[in-house]
Design a protein around this ligand. Sequence first.
Ligand code: FPP
Length: 226
Amino acid sequence: MPEHIAMIMDGNGRWAQRQGLPRTAGHRAGAENISRVVDICMKHGVKSLTVYAFSTENWKRPVDEVSALMALIPEFCSGRLQDMMKNGVRLRTIGRTSDLPLAARTVLLNTIEKTKNNDKFTLNIALSYGGRAEIVDAVNKMLKDGIKEINEETFRDYLYAGDIPDPAIIIRTGGEMRLSNFLMWESAYSEIYVTDTWWPDFSEEDLVKAFKWFETRDRRFGGIKA
Ligand code: FPP
């Protein structure tokens, strides 16, 4: 079973539109599905999940949609805290979280602090995240620290979550075959699985299908078959 999996949660808008609902209803259903998928991952022995909730490019969306997504952050944290404590789930974030509105930042910091000793599972939410921004931010931190030379290991330490192993598998819902600036460095050897299912509908059956496919992969990391 992969230790760390990552999800590009696409298709919320289409899911909502199909039902004649506003796009924001799709994001709300999508946020609810994160908790279900955490439970399913835990049941199957995965240790960490990174979800792409808001990209550096998503700020370009209509202001109402951005506000609705930002409002989901405190709602999610407050609504899930009790369960996270009960189930040993630690919350983390990656991204330029200083760009987020104060209310979202405050509740995120609080939840991260309260859950920091939970050790059964890590839920890592990418917020105002971009893979290129992550690399640029890492390089700027290195310059600030006066680093003159790096190697891949020392570079890794400067990423937002350098201590979490690379995702073995990146699952994208909604059918598009691209990474959309997600985990540019960390995805070097990730297996990419794309399903047409829209994120709010992504279920245990879909995840098990992805795991079964993952088991058939011959992961050589550039080497040759043993
Ligand atoms: C892409 O679908 C999805 C997003 C840009 C947002 C994903 C966010 C969530 C699932 C919820 C966030 C949860 C928290 C706690 C902040 P899309 O809107 O581009 O869908 P479409 O391609 O069908 O239009």
